[in-house]
Write a protein that binds this ligand. Structure first.
Ligand SMILES: [Zn+2]
Length: 162
């Protein structure tokens, strides 16, 4: 009788242990999946190789994203400010769309920089282009935050304009 009761308690304990193990497993699985979720930002950047690392590091450091999608053109602030070259503008929109819809990017940066071959004008004028470019990107209709960045002549330091 006593042995039978002990046997039952033993089986009940095993059952409880099994449930706890299952719960633990589910929690570990959920945490792992959470850890695997990566975040993206999108940058409409100049193609200039000197500014790629600076912009990527700025976005990672200031917006906590894992990855930075680069949509590059020579002097994109000028292209977007002019808003004339329809094929290029549509192509930029398409690439930003991939970043937003497929990677879940919810922030888009537009970049101007010192010594730009694609937009060889002074900083002040490039900042005007950035502000106008923002309006063009807003017209794309993506539900994102749009920021404007300037890369200095050291090709390391980045300023947030707006
Ligand atoms: Zn450039």
């Amino acid at each position: 009788m006593m042995i039978a009761r002990l046997g039952r308690v033993f089986w009940e304990l095993k059952f409880v242990a099994l449930i706890l193990m299952c719960c633990g497993g589910i929690i570990i699985f959920a945490k792992t999946m959470e850890g695997n979720k990566t975040t993206f930002a999108c940058v409409i950047n100049c193609m200039d190789g000197r500014i790629q690392d600076a912009v990527k590091n700025y976005m990672r450091g200031n917006y906590g994203v894992d990855w930075v999608d680069m949509v590059t053109e020579p002097g994109p602030n000028k292209i977007l400010a002019d808003n004339q070259d329809v094929p290029i503008i549509e192509n930029i929109k398409k690439r930003v769309g991939v970043s937003v819809h497929h990677h879940g990017a919810n922030i888009v940066a537009i970049v101007g920089h010192f010594g730009c071959a694609g937009n060889p004008v002074e900083k002040e004028q490039q900042i005007q282009h950035l502000r106008q470019a923002k309006k063009t990107v807003e017209s794309f209709g993506f539900d994102v935050q749009i920021i404007l960045l300037w890369v200095n002549g050291d090709f390391k330091s980045v300023e947030k304009i707006d």
